[in-house]
Design a protein around this ligand. Sequence first.
Ligand SMILES: C[S@@+](CC[C@H](N)C(=O)[O-])C[C@H]1O[C@@H](n2cnc3c(N)ncnc32)[C@H](O)[C@@H]1O
Length: 201
Amino acid sequence: MAFTYFFRDMQTLDMIRDYVIPEMRSRRYIHIWDAGCAMGPEPYSLAIVLRENMGPMIFRNVQIAATDIDGSNLFGKIIEDGIYQWDQVGRIPKEIMNTYFTPTGPTGEYRIIDEIRRSVKYQQHNLLSFESVQKDAMLIVCKNVLLHFTEQERAKVVKMYYDSLVDGGFFVTEQTQKMPKEMEKLFEPVVANARVYRKVS
Ligand SMILES: C[S@@+](CC[C@H](N)C(=O)[O-])C[C@H]1O[C@@H](n2cnc3c(N)ncnc32)[C@H](O)[C@@H]1O
């Protein structure tokens, strides 16, 4: 099972805050797809950053489709319950922790608050089906997943993301992942030295 933790990649979250969120505020529906979300810390961290920087009214328009192939068939329940152990939440800044989590049970677990939980909907999905789960996405996050695929599969998955995004929508991947050559014309980098791209129409 893929171990992952909250606020794993602060640099990317900061870039989403600075470059993507300002473009989201004017939208009635803010559809996001987190592909290869593992047990949920990544989409929930994103949801917290959005809520912090948008306020409650605009945040109500946010829907995050969190998907994973999930060989263990366990992620759906974990994400729905929104309960995590200390090793997954321990790096969260204290103020954020106090605002968005409540301690629960006798074994040192923490539950994410309903407002954040409601914004994330999980479904099991294989990216290599090359079928989109989210049309009109404003943002697609796919980190530490594409590296498992062949070059050809990567290009097909990234093309699927292109087709799933609204014009001017954003695609975010991990720092070490390069944009497939044949996709370079379809996306422009938002900042140098980071894997935040914008769909070119
Ligand atoms: C290393 S984890 C990354 C989790 C998270 N994105 C992060 O960066 O913290 C990779 C995830 O990709 C998922 N994955 C692998 N192959 C996949 C596929 N074909 N379709 C969907 N998800 C897949 C795995 O189940 C795993 O949860």
